[in-house]
Design a protein around this ligand. Structure first.
Ligand code: ARG
Ligand code: ZN
Length: 873
């Protein structure tokens, strides 16, 4: 079934009130649902009411206390239809669900003896029959009954109102959420968990009790998450004027979770990987993720919950905007330029390939078969970039005024992207209809630029052209409004002033590109400038700009925009790597110019730059980054060889300087998970990665491993050993040591799986195959599957894209195995095949065969079928 945006229409019935009673038991939980239902004005009497279900077992149904006769309704596992209900009534539904065998992790399920729920997008219908769509807002009261020993803790949305004993070892709790909400925000948790308690007083003086619930004994690992939560609450008040609105805010960490986390009203449920951390078990990247995701889910309270989505086509209304908000939060908590570079790297690594391949879709899609497959980098990350562009175009103050208006105008509503754009049009008086194409057209625009300087006229001219290749969603594209932040950099490194511009609107150092071709002429330019374009990555585009290496070197060293400095150096590296790749394919040795080696050395040693920035700059584009930029005819082995040669050249040329810095950066202070500490560790670990390529490298990495006092350094050293010295005794020893030390810590063992799944070369397949039998691996746990299989397929270019196609065959088998339990996780895994058409022909054929073999499977889930069919189309 295909769902279409244009088919949206309001429901015939409304559900202003929902009362749920759960009588929890492992295999047979009874759910009694009392819905207060009203027919919408204008809808004909006699119109049937059709409620959504999914694999439900109906026990009883009545209206206003009277059981319905067989002629009054029909029920299947997927739907409950009441043929001719009255105008307003109470519908009581009794269903029975089995949480213990629910391996889909949607609806009510059990994770490590804890009852928990996941309802977004369409999991609520696995609990009871309902109008399970986000525009049905209802006030929920939830009563939970359970065995007191099995589940001393009973949580749901909103505020606690009552609890007590039921006798026979059972007890109950009642929760009431005064804010009308869609069913996807419903949540329930019951079990025995440890609690970390704190409190927060909002700007207007409301005292909020905060709780983070984790497995007993892990309370100490939740401290950082709690701190991040309090900082998020404060930040949203300061930056967006948004206060929290309930008496309690609870977070529960569970170990089986399909995604990162979920923003259920007042009761966020998290993948434990994004809650639990200390320096011995979590890396700096883990800490940063926890901070960002805690913030993200908290920020949803306003952008998502108070204002929700009319339908799932509007998913980016809450997700893109909330990602934008969490990005801004992290930028304020950490280093803004470093955060921006990291965002762009993520966008290019995950969203660009999606946008440029068969799974491309607009930020606001118009069609879907399975909504779970649209929780994508495009909806989230590009969605955030679009919000960011609105701010760039309107300026910070007008943007904030627009956000204020959005909260004021749409609070309590299920809104659309059009509503969102309208508030910005209203506060700015601008027409954003061309800009809106960023939501409606898929694909990454390309902007081609050439420039010329006319000394005698003191004029600098840019010839700019935009293009957008066809995608599965639209074959013909319209012209976009692209905001390009820029600077004309003079020899002293400062931006040159100009006295006139023709050919484009230029405001606040942003060129507004709106036509296919624009010739933009700046006058009054005293000297030949070096062009710095798309500063801060103001638009999510690819840029074709011929720049002389000298100019890029100059920008890398002098641009006042830190992002552009990073970009300039990254462009130099990418160009060198691509030409190295071509050399290798042509049977020649790759060559890397001395300018790169020198620049790398200078950046590493430049103490005027933050260590984290230097670390990012020195990190070579990854194999998949290089593959993406090459675009077609990909032979991953040649890319790996080019990258290895480039790294070795840089290491050899800078040995002394790198060794000196590596020693100097040794941390003597106690561990802090903050940006500064993380930045120093990142730089030192990047240097280790280079030094490991030199004689004695394995010993250096081994001693780094042995002397590590935190997980960041330990995991970095282990990665270097496994990737750079996979056959060494040192690697072997370290891997064994790590395994032994952490065998009972599943989240740390994930790192061990990730590191091994990422070891380049054809032997990775056998390693990964063997690891699927490891006692710490479990095909039913999404984190384990993503660590081992997701890393292998998504991040191990040479191992996964083996020319003999063996890895694809292994992958197809395992995807089908995962699918039997959990279609959503399987479908997500399968997206690793999305760029198969950019491979060289031999690999392409094998990849296609593997995809086709998946489709041949009987009873394929809608989730996996949708991904594989679109990937092949
Ligand atoms: N709304 C959650 C978040 O981004 C994601 C939940 C998606 N879950 C799913 N089953 N598709 O914060
Ligand atoms: Zn979200």
């Amino acid at each position: 079934q295909v769902f279409k945006l244009e088919d949206y229409r309001p429901s015939d019935y409304l559900i202003p009130k929902t009362e749920l009673t759960f009588s929890l038991s492992k295999e047979a939980t009874r759910v009694t649902t009392v819905l207060t239902i009203e027919r919408r004005k204008g809808v004909d009497a006699g119109t049937a009411l059709a409620l959504d279900g999914d694999e439900l077992k109906l026990v009883g149904v009545s209206i206003d206390g009277k059981a319905l006769g067989a002629a009054d309704y029909s029920a299947t596992p997927d739907q409950l239809t009441v043929f001719a209900p009255p105008q307003s009534f109470q519908l009581t539904i009794e269903t029975e669900v089995d949480p213990s065998t629910n391996s889909t992790l949607m609806g009510l399920y059990r994770s490590s003896n804890v009852y928990c729920t996941q309802c977004e997008a369409e999991g609520f219908r696995r609990i009871t029959y309902f109008l399970d769509r986000p525009d049905i807002l209802s006030v929920y009261t939830v009563r939970i009954e359970a065995d007191r020993t099995e589940a001393p803790l009973l949580l749901s949305n909103g505020n606690p109102v009552q609890h007590g004993n039921l006798g026979e070892g059972r007890h109950f709790a009642v929760w009431h959420d005064p804010f009308p909400k869609p069913s996807y925000l419903f949540a329930l948790v019951a079990g025995s968990l440890g609690k970390v308690a704190d409190e927060f007083t909002t700007l207007s003086g409301r005292k909020v009790e905060l709780g983070i619930y984790v497995e007993h004994g892990k309370e100490a690992l939740a401290g950082y998450a709690m701190d991040a939560l309090k900082r998020s609450m404060k930040w949203d008040e300061e930056k967006f004027g948004r206060e929290y609105d309930l008496d309690v805010f609870n977070i529960v960490a569970v170990s089986d979770f399909n995604m990162g986390a979920m923003e259920n009203k007042g009761l966020n449920i998290f993948n434990d990987k994004y809650v639990l951390a200390d320096e011995q078990t979590a890396t700096d990247a883990d800490f940063a993720n926890i901070e960002a995701i805690i913030a993200h889910e908290y920020f949803h309270n306003w952008t998502g919950n108070r204002i929700t989505c009319r339908d799932w086509f509007q998913l980016c209304l809450k997700e893109g905007l909330t990602v934008y908000r969490d990005h801004e939060f992290s930028a304020d908590q950490r280093s803004r330029p470093v955060k921006r570079i990291a965002e762009v790297r993520t966008l290019r690594a995950h969203q660009f390939p999606e946008d440029q391949g068969p799974l491309a879709h607009p930020v606001r899609p118009r069609r879907y078969r399975e909504i779970n497959n649209f929780y994508t980098a495009t909806v989230y990350e590009k969605g955030s970039e679009v919000v960011r562009m609105i701010r760039t175009i309107l300026g910070t103050e007008v943007f904030r005024a627009g956000m204020d208006l959005y909260f004021e105008r749409h609070d309590g509503e299920a809104a659309t992207i059009d509503d969102f754009l309208k508030v910005f049009e209203d506060v700015s008086g601008r027409d954003l209809s061309q800009f809106a194409l960023w939501y409606h057209q898929a694909g990454t625009p390309n902007v081609t630029v050439s420039s010329s300087y006319d000394q005698s006229a003191r004029a600098f001219t840019l010839e700019i052209e935009q293009s957008l290749a066809p995608t599965p969603s639209e074959s013909r594209k319209r012209l976009m409004h692209i905001p390009l932040a820029f600077g004309l950099v003079g020899a002293d490194g400062k931006d040159l002033p100009y006295d006139g511009v023709e050919g484009a609107t230029v405001e606040n150092s942003v060129i507004h590109l709106r036509k296919r071709h624009q010739s933009v002429r700046f006058t009054g330019i005293a000297e030949r400038p070096v062009l710095s374009l798309n500063r801060g990555f103001s638009a999510p585009i690819t840029l074709s700009l011929e720049q002389k290496p000298e100019d890029l070197i100059f920008l890398a060293g002098n641009d006042r925009d830190a992002f552009s400095r990073w970009q300039a150096f990254n462009t130099l590296l990418t160009d060198a790597l691509i030409s190295g790749f071509r050399n290798i394919l042509g049977g020649k040795q790759p060559e890397f110019g001395e300018h790169l080696q020198g620049l790398a050395g200078r950046i590493a040693a430049d103490t005027s730059l933050e260590p984290a920035f230097r670390a990012l700059a020195l990190t070579l584009p990854g194999e998949s980054d290089i593959a993406r930029d090459i675009g077609k005819g990909i032979d991953p082995d040649a890319i790996l060889a080019a990258r290895h040669a480039c790294a070795s050249t840089i290491a050899a040329a800078n040995e002394q300087g790198f060794r000196y810095l590596y020693e100097e950066l040794r941390d003597s202070e106690p561990f802090q998970p903050d940006a500064d500490g993380a930045g120093r560790r990142a730089l030192r670990n990047v240097l280790l990665d280079y030094l490991a390529l030199l004689p004695g490298g394995a010993d250096l990495a081994a001693s780094h491993f042995d002397n590590a006092t935190n997980m960041t350094d330990r995991a970095a050293a282990l990665t270097v050993l496994a990737q750079r010295h996979s056959d060494s005794a040192q690697a072997d020893k370290a891997l064994k040591h790590f395994e032994k030390q952490y065998s009972t810590d599943a989240l740390v063992m994930d790192k061990w799986f990730i590191i091994q799944a990422g070891v380049p070369g054809p032997r990775a397949l056998e390693t990964v195959r063997a690891l699927t039998e490891h006692p710490a691996f479990s095909i039913g746990n999404p984190n384990r599957v993503r660590a081992l299989i997701g890393t292998f397929a998504g991040a191990n270019q040479t191992g996964f894209h083996r020319a003999d196609g063996e890895s694809y065959r292994f992958f197809a088998d395992i995807v089908l195995k995962v699918e039997k339990r959990n279609p959503q996780v399987a479908a997500r895994l399968a997206t690793a095949m999305r760029s198969w058409r950019s491979l060289e022909p031999v690999r392409q054929d094998k990849a296609r065969d593997a995809l086709v073999s998946i489709l041949k499977q009987e009873k394929l889930s809608a989730d996996l079928k949708d991904i594989v069919e679109r990937t092949l189309a």
